[in-house]
Design a protein around this ligand. Structure first.
Ligand code: ADP
Length: 456
């Protein structure tokens, strides 16, 4: 792994390949024109300009297309992608069934078999990592894949397609179909020849996918959807740690995280100090070009997302929350939003209920553990949560009470390929990563044979 200094000095040679010039479709290891002959533009969110000559790009593609700061992309997205693919590659020859003793003269054993053709629809916030989360387990279980990247960020997936061919995958095992959701995405969800659909994106579209699967062939469905994750900070917590982790937990990736810890519940005795330190930290956050190695926060992915975030900020102001810092677009071009903090947030405000997907932190006050557990769980979502305390009893009490697929204690976003990840309630169905994620890509078959004893 490169260290930061080395990665900066070797920047130009990190991705030596030019991106394949075609913005089209990768089927059977060949670049195909779309039947309609249509193409669609892809943009650089840091400038708002169309990326027209993709093959001449001289930067890391993921940052160029998604606006993610280059160094975090290298250390989180790229390293995470490599680790995930390696982790699942190791399972390819280790997914075995069991023999089961049953009543009577029978031999019973199970086998894990591929599901078949897996449709995979991925979002724009972690284009490469989300591709790896879905390709890895599907391939390890022996499936074939039809993947649709988000329309905003098709470039790294197309780059993977070029590498797939170069690596020698048999034609047809991995097919990449860039396109729009209501057309290409919806076609995957309703296709009778697709046996499973795995989706990461908004809860609203997740419902459509599940409905389409139900109306077509009852294909298997796994969904990783939105969140409004609570982060609970008790008065006995290490305050420096809690402030910094809460900051990273909501502002990382410009807040474009399904796990974003956007509801911070802080115990009353430390509330004012927590807000003061959080504001001081947010004001120091460096917003700017994804290719500047000092940048902490790049742009939102698109004008649409920037507008959505700014509109929700306005709702917070008009509903009476206290705007502590930020609140506006940043800079003259691109889709940047200032790191924004609201205090005195009520649970019924839109900024406390709706997924913002932007750099906006809500800080609320609580008095008792019973109260905060109830308020933290009072949401349709259930993806992630966190608790900061030095008291092991509080940590475990809160962790077991959280209606969420993940709880972090004294840390945030500590994710790894080995651990199952997914949502309770309207944050999704099924799990990704870990053994649980692997088995979402396999059918288990029970084989039972009558034992006939004969004299030899
Ligand atoms: P966001 O609102 O953050 O863009 P979406 O849930 O709309 O998130 O998008 C996530 C992925 O779902 C993208 O690849 C998008 O193209 C796809 N998508 C959007 N609408 C549909 C749909 N009706 N059917 C299937 N996929 C869709």
């Amino acid at each position: 792994m490169l260290d930061r200094q080395e990665s900066v000095s070797r920047f130009p040679e990190i991705l030596p390949y030019p991106l394949h010039k075609s913005p089209e479709i990768f089927i059977n290891n060949e670049w195909q024109d779309s039947i309609s002959g249509k193409v669609f533009p892809t943009y650089n969110p840091a400038t708002g300009e169309q990326i027209s000559e993709v093959q001449e790009a001289d930067k890391t593609i993921e940052s160029l297309n998604s606006g993610k700061p280059f160094l975090p992309t290298l250390f989180v997205d790229i390293q995470g992608t490599i680790k995930t693919l390696r982790y699942f590659a190791g399972y390819a020859d280790k997914l075995h069934g069991t023999t089961i003793p049953i009543d009577g003269d029978y031999l019973t054993f199970t086998r894990y078999e591929p599901i078949g053709v897996c449709g995979q629809i991925i979002p724009w916030n972690f284009p490469l990592l989300m591709a790896a989360w879905k390709l890895g387990p599907a391939l390890a279980c022996g499936n074939t894949i039809v993947m649709k990247p988000a329309e905003q960020t098709p470039l790294t997936c197309l780059y993977i397609a070029a590498l797939i061919k170069e690596a020698g995958f048999p034609p047809g095992v991995i097919n990449i179909l860039p396109g729009y959701g209501p057309t290409a995405g919806a076609a995957i969800a309703s296709h009778m020849g697709i046996d499973k659909v795995a989706f990461t994106g908004s809860t609203q579209i997740g419902k459509l996918i599940q409905e389409a699967a139900g109306k077509s062939n009852l294909k298997r469905v796994t969904l990783e959807l939105g969140g409004k994750s609570p982060n609970i900070v008790f008065a006995d917590a290490d305050l420096d740690l809690a402030v910094e982790q809460a900051h990273q937990g909501v502002f990382f990736n410009a807040g474009q995280m399904c796990t974003a810890g956007s509801r911070i519940f802080v115990e009353e005795p430390i509330y004012d100090e927590f807000v003061r330190r959080s504001v001081e930290r947010a004001k120091r956050r460096i917003v700017g070009s994804p290719f500047d190695p000092t940048t902490e926060q790049g742009p939102q992915i698109s004008q649409v997302q920037q507008d959505r975030v700014l509109e929700l900020i306005q709702s917070g102001i008009s509903e009476g929350a206290t705007l502590e810092c930020g609140g506006k677009a940043f800079g003259q071009k691109g889709f940047f939003v200032e790191p924004t903090i609201f205090s005195n947030v009520r649970d019924d405000m839109r900024i406390a209920r709706e997924e913002i997907f932007g750099p906006v932190q809500q800080i609320m006050k609580f008095k008792t553990i019973e109260e905060v557990i109830e308020r933290a769980n009072n949401t349709d979502y259930g993806l992630a949560s966190a608790v900061f305390t030095k008291d092991i009893n509080k940590a475990i009490t809160v962790s077991t009470a959280m209606q969420a697929g993940t709880v972090w204690i004294n840390c945030y976003n500590a994710m790894s390929s080995q651990c199952p990840f997914g949502g309770y309630k309207m944050s999704g169905n099924g799990r990704e990563l870990g053994q649980n994620g692997l088995k979402e890509y396999a059918e288990v078959k029970t084989i039972t044979m009558k034992m006939v004893a004969k004299n030899c």
